[in-house]
Design a protein around this ligand. Structure first.
Ligand SMILES: O=C(O)CCC(=O)C(=O)O
Ligand SMILES: [Fe+2]
Length: 200
């Protein structure tokens, strides 16, 4: 086991997966600057999906950036990756240094208010490989994040702070679902970056 991880970011799951929460990995000032840059400079688009044969357009906005011109298919929609921006590359490097993992792509989510969230799911698409590591950086409004064990229904919840880092790896995607619950209490936006490794 990685000593840095186990010392500074203990596993928050009781079994069947590894989720390390590193907390805030930069100053609040730096996190606020990144939030503004990301809100302004990312090519945000409403997400699309085909669910039960119906074409759905989500309120939440998304963007996808990667090393090369990957095409990534999920919810039956194919998305073409954009080339890295300077700030995304800086954040990728920082994330890789702290987690000691490497990533080749980033799926970004913009939740404009607390009423936008993400439903229970696991990131287990074939293009991600089995039990791959996913690193999640959070900016802006602090939101609750929840895990639910697929068999026991056991729940683990935490708050993702502005400028914080969370790493999901091990058997997490096989055994646990996660979601970002909507809330009426928050009106400010949250930007989330999930660094992933796409295997072709
Ligand atoms: O917004 C988040 O913190 C999580 C997003 C997520 O689970 C995903 O993009 O797969
Ligand atoms: Fe996810």
């Amino acid at each position: 086991m990685d000593l840095f991880n186990s010392t500074f970011a203990p596993n928050i799951l009781p079994q069947d997966g590894i989720v390390n929460y590193y907390g805030q990995i930069m100053s609040v000032k730096a996190a606020q600057e990144y939030t503004i840059q990301l809100l302004n400079n990312i090519a945000w688009k409403n997400d699309e999906a085909i669910i039960y044969g119906k074409h759905i357009i989500t309120k939440r906005k998304v963007a996808w950036y990667a090393d090369s011109n990957f095409a990534y298919t999920y919810s039956k929609i194919t998305r073409e990756a954009l080339p890295w921006t300077a700030e995304l590359l800086t954040l990728k490097k920082l994330t890789e240094e702290i987690t000691q993992k490497t990533f080749n792509s980033c799926l970004l989510n913009l939740y404009q208010t607390g009423e936008e969230g993400m439903a229970w799911h696991s990131d287990d698409e074939k293009s991600l490989g089995k039990d791959t590591a996913i690193a999640s950086l959070s900016f802006g409004a602090e939101r609750k994040f929840a895990f639910k064990h697929k068999k026991t229904q056991e729940k683990v919840e935490l708050f993702l702070q502005n400028g914080s880092l969370l790493l999901m790896h091990g058997a997490t995607q096989t055994n646990w679902l996660h979601r970002l619950p909507p809330t009426k209490k928050i009106s400010l936006p949250r930007v989330n970056l999930t660094f992933r490794t796409i295997v072709l």
